[in-house]
Design a protein around this ligand. Structure first.
Ligand SMILES: Cc1cc2nc3c(=O)[nH]c(=O)nc-3n(C[C@H](O)[C@H](O)[C@H](O)COP(=O)(O)OP(=O)(O)OC[C@H]3O[C@@H](n4cnc5c(N)ncnc54)[C@H](O)[C@@H]3O)c2cc1C
Length: 423
């Protein structure tokens, strides 16, 4: 197994739970014990949870040999070997790819004090800067990581001044409807300065350290720390040349989570067939089973990583002939500025938004997203429990599309469990 985030840990647990008693090796480039990421930008930055509090339970219990602090740097599918940094090789009969993603880096050189946040080490660096006296923080990018960070930093009570810059106009714009405006209002009331609809062109330094963030309009925002939160980049650089299909940098997998091939790497197979020994799970995957009307959609959601990890293990043991398709109603949550926001389905793919509960534009609402009259997703603010009904409707759509009853029963459990922390 390569990667010990949520997807990898769930896969390891499932392999043992399903009776796999062979040798299991987990390769992780992080020296840390596996941990959960959603609290990083919320409670860990806020200081209400520690690294110990967010450890992924179960990771130590599945009898694996752990190779920590070592990256996989190459994959030879013909010889069935994973090459590690330092030159060692590991042979496999089955391989789980769960390397997730990195924070997308700023394109080009940046001075010290320009940070990204994806892992514990990043949050420690950010808190060290603030605890060391930094009071002017600019967050670049108002996706969920940027918004959560802005909320946690202004909420510290240390007098940190936070400016949130978003070139595309609205925070959390992927959620659509009036939710981005609700978030913008709550951020302003909390004291965050929003610079919306304006891009960042670079960073100013004094000595080697960041001193400002340059905006497209020529203005420079003062900054003692800048956090670049402009999305993620799948961690697949090490798979270059392995002959796997990597559309958009993600590992392409079929509906059963087996990796699709690109038809090279000296393995006698055509492009688009699967490698029956390799399954894929979590943020690194682009799975054929997760699709909108426009085609496959990659998810960067906790519930997806958990569910895919488990199914990837099950299907690896079963082999392609006995494997089950991945059936999943996407669900996501985030919280910031006192707002608990949840979504089900793929709200960003709709063509019409209908306010169905609460009041649009207020801090209590449910908005449903439709495409050509069919429900494709729903988003709630502080009314998370109401989303269960929308998730059921989305499941019914899948049932009508021919998904088996057994698979749907499993999804019901996931929908009930997903994002429980956010209510
Ligand atoms: C700050 C933050 C907050 C989030 N908040 C929410 C939230 O509120 N709600 C929600 O639904 N989702 C949230 N998410 C998303 C969710 O946490 C992810 O979808 C989930 O963690 C993905 O798990 P994963 O196992 O696929 O990948 P990851 O968690 O990225 O784990 C992959 C692991 O593989 C390692 N790795 C990478 N390359 C190699 C290599 N070559 N060799 C060895 N190891 C390697 C990585 O270092 C990492 O440890 C958040 C994510 C982040 C980063």
């Amino acid at each position: 197994m390569v990667g010990a985030g949520l997807a990898g840990v769930r896969a390891g647990e499932a392999l043992r739970a399903l009776g796999f008693s062979g040798a299991l090796t987990v390769v992780s480039d992080e020296a840390e014990l596996p941990y959960d990421r959603p609290p990083l930008t919320k409670q860990v930055v806020a200081g209400t949870l520690t690294a110990d509090d967010i450890r992924l339970a179960g990771a130590e219990d599945f009898g694996a040999r752990w190779v920590r602090g070592t990256a996989a740097v190459g994959l030879d599918r013909e010889r069935r070997r994973v090459r590690l940094a330092g030159g060692a090789e590991l042979r496999y009969d089955g391989l789980v790819l769960a390397t997730g993603a990195r924070a997308r880096a700023w394109p080009g050189e940046v001075p010290a004090g320009v940070l990204t946040v994806r892992g514990l080490a990043d949050v420690r660096a950010l808190r060290a800067a603030v605890d060391g006296g930094a009071r002017e923080v600019v967050v670049v990018g108002a996706g969920f990581v940027g918004v959560e960070l802005a909320s946690s930093l202004v909420g510290l009570g240390l007098g940190v001044r936070v400016t949130l810059v978003e070139p595309f106009g609205r925070p959390l714009r992927a959620l659509g409807g009036t939710v981005p405006d609700v978030v913008a209002g709550a951020a302003r009331r909390a004291g965050v300065v929003l610079r919306l609809g304006i891009g960042v062109t670079g960073f100013r330094a004094e000595g080697a350290r960041v001193a400002g963030v340059e905006l497209a309009a020529g203005r420079v925002l003062p900054a003692e720390v800048a956090v670049v939160a402009i999305g993620m980049a799948p961690a697949t650089g090490w798979l270059t040349g392995a002959g796997l299909a990597l559309p958009g940098g993600r590992v392409h997998c079929d509906e059963r989570l087996f990796a699709r091939t690109a038809g090279t790497a000296g393995v006698a197979e055509a492009a688009g067939v699967v490698d029956p020994r390799i399954v894929v799970a979590g943020d690194v995957a682009r799975c054929d089973a997760v699709r909108s009307a426009d085609g496959p959609v990659a998810l960067e959601h906790w519930s997806n990583a958990a569910a895919q990890g488990e199914l990837a293990a099950r299907n690896l043991l079963a082999g392609p002939a006995g494997a089950e398709p991945y059936v999943h109603v996407p669900s996501f949550w985030t919280s910031a500025f006192g707002l608990r926001i949840k979504s089900v389905g793929l709200p960003g793919t709709g063509d019409r938004v209908v306010a169905e509960e609460g009041e649009p534009g207020t801090e209590k609402l449910v908005e449903a997203h439709y495409r050509e009259g069919r429900l494709v997703g729903a988003v709630s603010v502080n009314l998370g429990k109401r989303l269960a009904g929308y998730a059921r409707r989305l499941q019914e759509e899948q049932g009508a599309a021919g998904v088996s009853g057994e698979a749907l029963a499993r999804v019901s459990g996931e929908v009930a469990a997903g994002g429980g922390a956010a209510g």
